[in-house]
Design a binder for this molecule. Structure first.
Ligand code: COA
Length: 260
């Protein structure tokens, strides 16, 4: 792997862990972090050994406390638009062909919550805090927050969070359906790795197609989504993994998926 200034990227068997490493700035997303994050995903995309990616923040306090507010100063509308539409880290996660899990260890705010929502699963420490505080800066979420939060938790609660900028705790985030599970802070890494390893045993082909199909649901009509699902389901029948999965079931053994 390339060396990164703002990230640590480690491989743990079939799982890669990307740690945003700016703890003194609560892992705020500056331009460098966004660029390096997208570059790290490019590397991991090509690596057939890696089947699941975890993204987390360094230190005890924060997952990601949002966009780097210091970089907002003096930025023009055109430059800001380029930052968001250029090579977006959020889009890179959203379209990444393997499951991505956000391991949320602390403050998960603004762009941090948007990044977490671009991931496929979210595991939160009981100490995590969530919010879209952009309104307090006189701006609105610009990394997908207004759309993804509304899809995930519904308009009523999304509107409340974005109009007030208030933070919610991990239990509340779980009740809203914003996170998949809440675990004690001391168990966060072990529980997230356990989940990632369990998923990493499945067929990489089927994982990729599930992700694509589920993401279609939020972006198309039901009829379009159902048609897409049939196409993707049919595509599974061209994979060796499907032959292995069916054979292993009939032979009463564990399948050994190769991702082909
Ligand atoms: N961008 C840039 N720097 C940030 C940051 C952000 N989003 N969030 C925190 N930091 C920096 C602080 O400026 C401080 O740096 P300094 O030590 O050089 O002064 C450092 O991280 C620690 O943060 P601090 O505010 O001292 O910690 P705290 O425990 O008092 O408060 C928060 C924690 C998360 C409540 C507070 O940092 C905060 O409100 N951050 C901004 C959240 C936000 O609005 N995000 C959306 C951005 S669009």
């Amino acid at each position: 792997m390339a060396a990164y200034e703002t990230l640590i990227v480690e491989r743990r068997g079939r799982v890669a862990v990307i740690t945003i490493n700016r703890p003194d700035k609560l892992n705020a997303l500056n331009i460098k972090t966004r660029e390096e994050g997208a570059a790290a995903l490019d590397e991991l995309r090509e690596d057939a050994e890696v089947r699941v990616v975890i993204i987390t923040g360094a230190g005890e306090k924060a997952f990601i406390a949002g966009a780097d507010i210091a970089e907002f100063q003096g930025r023009t509308a055109v430059t800001q638009r380029d930052v968001m539409t250029g090579r977006s880290l959020f889009t890179a996660i959203d379209t990444f062909p393997k499951p991505v899990i956000a391991m949320i260890n602390g403050f998960c705010l603004g762009g941090g919550n948007e990044l977490a929502m671009a991931c496929d699963l979210r595991v939160a420490s009981e100490r995590a805090k969530f919010g879209q505080p952009e309104i307090n800066l006189g701006i609105i979420p610009g990394g997908g927050g207004t759309q993804r939060l509304t899809h995930l938790v519904g308009e009523t609660r999304a509107m409340e969070l974005m109009l007030t900028g208030d933070m919610i705790d991990a239990q509340t985030a779980h009740q809203l359906g914003l996170v998949n599970m809440v675990v004690p802070a001391a168990d966060l890494e072990a529980k997230t790795m356990e989940l990632a390893n369990r998923i990493a045993e499945k067929s990489p082909v089927a994982l990729r197609l599930v992700k694509e199909a589920v993401k279609t649901a939020a972006r198309s009509s039901l009829d379009e989504g159902l048609r897409r699902e049939i196409d993707l389901f049919a595509l599974c029948f061209s994979s060796e993994d499907k032959d292995e999965g069916v054979k292993a079931f009939l032979e009463k053994r564990k399948p050994d998926f190769k991702g082909k």
